[in-house]
Design a protein around this ligand. Sequence first.
Ligand code: MN
Length: 423
Amino acid sequence: MITLDETHAPDLRSWVEAANRVGCDFPIQNLPFGRFRLAGGDDPFRIGVAIGDQILDLKAAGLIDGDDMNALMAASPAERRALRLAISRGLREGSECRQLWGPALLAQSAAEYAVPCRIGDYTDFYTGIHHATTVGKLFRPDQPLMPNYKWVPIGYHGRSSSIAVSGQAVRRPQGQARAANALEPSFGPSKRLDYELELGYFVGPGNALGIPIAIEAAEDHLFGICLLNDWSARDLQAWEYQPLGPFLSKNFATTLSPWIVTMEALAPFRARFERPAGDPQPLAYLDSPFNRDGGALDVTLEVWLQTAAMRAAEAEPVRLTKVNVQQAAYWTAAQLLAHHTVNGCNLQPGDLLGSGTLSGPEPGRAGSMLELTLGGKHPLDLGSGEIRSFLEDGDTVILRGYCQRDGVARIGFGEASGTVVAR
Ligand code: MN
């Protein structure tokens, strides 16, 4: 089902020199898709592929006709692979396309980005079992993990209108919250603003209403993944989340990285999906031989923070978390697609599924500040003379991610950054 081909060869090099540098997020083996234009312009956004420190404009290179990413996402896996092969061959060292495609390049430093596609619907799941357990303990000490957690992938319908691309300014939300010992709620700016480290899974072709996607077919309906920060106001969330789940505590902003790393690029980084001994095995509609052998993703994710004071001092951001998705996610992307559609719900090209906060098993590897500070009780020492319980105005949160394995080329996701601004 997932095969390696010549586009994954570790020794491939590009005539775009920066793509060959060690540690580059966008070597020729990656080729992620995004929407870009010259910064500050008002041209329509165009579809591009990141290569080294450049962007290849696919239409200018004669590789596609239009500017519609969703149309590209609706293509069959065979069509996707054919386009990837054509891009890979043309960008290789020695390719005759160099003369023709040279003018179709734009430096990433000169570009601005849009959300990579039209996101019709956005669903956020809750696949991070260590996150669910730690947060559950804070909200419900007697019953951290709900009894359904190991049987059914938990999710809620999010909001796509407030999804933006990296660089987003996030205005501190306001709303109702109830202090620990108060009888009544108060109204005001959130005092417990947080980030959530997640992956975003983009839907490819999708399904007709009433016709589920079987797990065996789910990989064909996955287009690719990005980094996703699900900004969360914990004080609003604690007051509002029962009985129907999060609402205004999470729909004020979601930040994505500009590049969709395709499932084809991720092929060398698939991993076994296994349940810990003693845990229930997935029901049949959430199980397949491929999902067991290679349904999981070997992706490393990091969260970095730069405060306003650090920025003023020209100090680099500090890393708060490093976690591997394999250790964090209880359900695979294919299981989420199969589950989301099993009742007949239709997914469309460009729909976005969030993984839920991805936290490692150890407390220091948590994907949210709520967990790192145990609900604000143990503030983080940032090492800059500052501490944090939750985010403050001027804080920039940066998500990064990459895949690295022996014998294959490292690929990266770029970053998803956003800055909190005062109400
Ligand atoms: Mn979330």
